[in-house]
Design a protein around this ligand. Structure first.
Ligand code: BJW
Length: 267
C-alpha cells in the first residue's frame, strides 16, 4: 500500500519544523540500486546468496573457520557495490543534508547508516556515520593496520597482508563492538534530535534497532519508511509504507515547497 498525500505532507511538515533531524538507514535503502538485503534472500538470485546464509558469514567464527569463503564473499559483495549506482533515495538524503545544514545549522542533519556499501557518500552525503563499518577498507588481523581495498590484491583467497596476517573487511560482525567514534556521534545526535527517521531497516540488529526508541524517549517525533512492516511500525508517529527510492524524493519535494512558502500540491 502506497502512502497517501496526507502522510507525505505530515512528514514534510515535520522536516520543515525540525531543528535536528536524524536518519537511520539500512540495507533496504540500497535495494533499489540492486544490492540484496540481508533478511529477504528471495530477492537475490545470485548463487552465493542462495547457497549461504549471509547471517552465517557475518561473524568472526565464520572467518576463523573458513577465511577463504568469507573473504570471497566480501570480495564478491565489493564487486557488486562497485557495479551499482546510488538510487533516488540516496540522492534525496544527500540533498536533504545540504539543504538542512546550509539553511539551519551544521548539526541539523545526521545520517547514520548500517550499510557498508558507500552509496550514501557516492550520492553526495558528506557526514555519514558508518555504524557497521565499511567494505572499502580492510585490516590485517595481526597488526590491525588498515588498507584501502583498492590497494589489495585478490589474486588468491584468503588475502594476506605484507606482515603475513589475514586481511578482513573493516565491518562489524555479530558479537563485535561498533566503532567507538560512530557510536559517540550517534549517541549525541539521538540526544538532541527532534525528528528521527528509520529508513529501509528491519530494526532487528542491536544497538541500531533501539535508536528509534531512544529518540522517542528523548522527545523526538518518529517516522519510518519501509517496504514491509517492522517492530518499529506500530511505534512511530508516521509510517510510510513503500520503497524509499520512491517515497524520499516525494517527501523532500513537498518539504522544499513548504519551506519556500508554496502550498504543498498533490504530487
Ligand atoms: C526496503 C526496501 C526498499 C527492502 N525501500 N525498505 C541486545 C539484545 C539482543 C541481541 C543483542 C543485543 N545487543 C547486541 C546483540 C547481539 C547482536 C544482535 O543485535 N543480534 C540480533 C540479531 C538479535 N548485535 C551485535 O552483535 C552487535 N554488536 C554488539 O552489540 O556488540 C556489543 C559489544 C560491546 C563491547 C565489546 C564487544 C561487543 C553488532 C552487530 C553487527 C551487525 N553486522 C551486520 C553485518 C555487517 C557487515 C556486512 O554488511 O556484511 O550488519 S549483520 C547485518 O544486519 C548488517 C546490517 O547492517 C544489519 C541490519 O540489517 P538491515 O540493514 O536492517 O537490513 P535487513 O535486510 O534486515 O532489512 C532490510 C529492510 O529493508 C527490510 O525491512 C525490508 O523490508 C526493507 N526494504 N527494500 C524501503 N526499496
Amino acid at each position: 500500500m502506497a502512502p497517501g498525500p496526507e502522510q507525505l505532507d505530515r512528514l514534510a511538515a515535520c522536516i520543515v519544523e525540525a531543528r535536528n533531524v536524524v536518519v537511520l538507514t539500512g540495507a533496504g535503502v540500497s535495494a533499489e540500486s540492486g544490492l540484496a538485503t540481508f533478511r529477504d534472500p528471495s530477492e537475490a538470485g545470485d548463487a552465493l546468496w542462495s547457497r549461504y546464509d549471509p547471517m552465517e558469514l557475518a561473524t568472526i567464527g565464520a572467518f576463523e573457520r573458513d577465511p577463504e569463503l568469507v573473504t570471497r564473499w566480501y570480495h564478491w559483495r565489493f564487486t557488486k557495490c562497485a557495479d551499482v549506482d546510488p538510487n533516488p533515495g540516496h540522492d534525496a538524503l544527500a540533498r536533504l543534508e545540504r539543504w538542512l545544514t546550509e539553511s539551519k545549522s551544521p548539526e541539523a542533519f545526521t545520517l547514520i547508516t548500517q550499510n557498508i556499501d558507500g552509496l550514501h557518500q557516492r550520492a553526495g552525503s558528506v557526514r555519514v556515520v558508518e555504524l557497521h563499518g565499511t567494505i572499502h577498507t580492510w585490516r590485517c588481523t595481526e597488526t590491525g593496520k588498515e588498507t584501502p581495498l583498492r590497494d589489495l590484491s585478490f589474486g588468491s583467497f584468503p588475502v594476506r597482508s605484507g606482515d603475513g596476517g589475514l586481511m578482513r573487511p573493516c565491518v562489524v560482525w555479530f558479537g563485535e563492538a561498533l566503532p567507538e567514534a560512530a557510536l559517540a556521534i550517534a549517541g549525541a545526535a539521538l540526544e538532541r534530535c527532534d525528528l528521527f527517521m528509520s529508513i529501509g531497516t528491519s530494526a532487528t540488529v542491536q544497538p541500531a534497532a533501539s535508536f528509534l526508541r531512544i529518540a522517542k524517549h528523548n522527545g523526538a517525533r518518529t517516522a519510518e519508511i519501509n517496504r514491509d512492516s517492522t517492530p518499529n511500525t506500530a511505534e512511530v508517529d508516521i509510517a510510510l509504507p513503500g520503497a524509499s527510492g520512491e517515497i524520499l524524493p516525494l517527501v523532500l519535494a513537498r518539504a522544499e515547497r513548504l519551506a519556500g512558502g508554496d502550498p504543498i500540491g498533490d504530487t
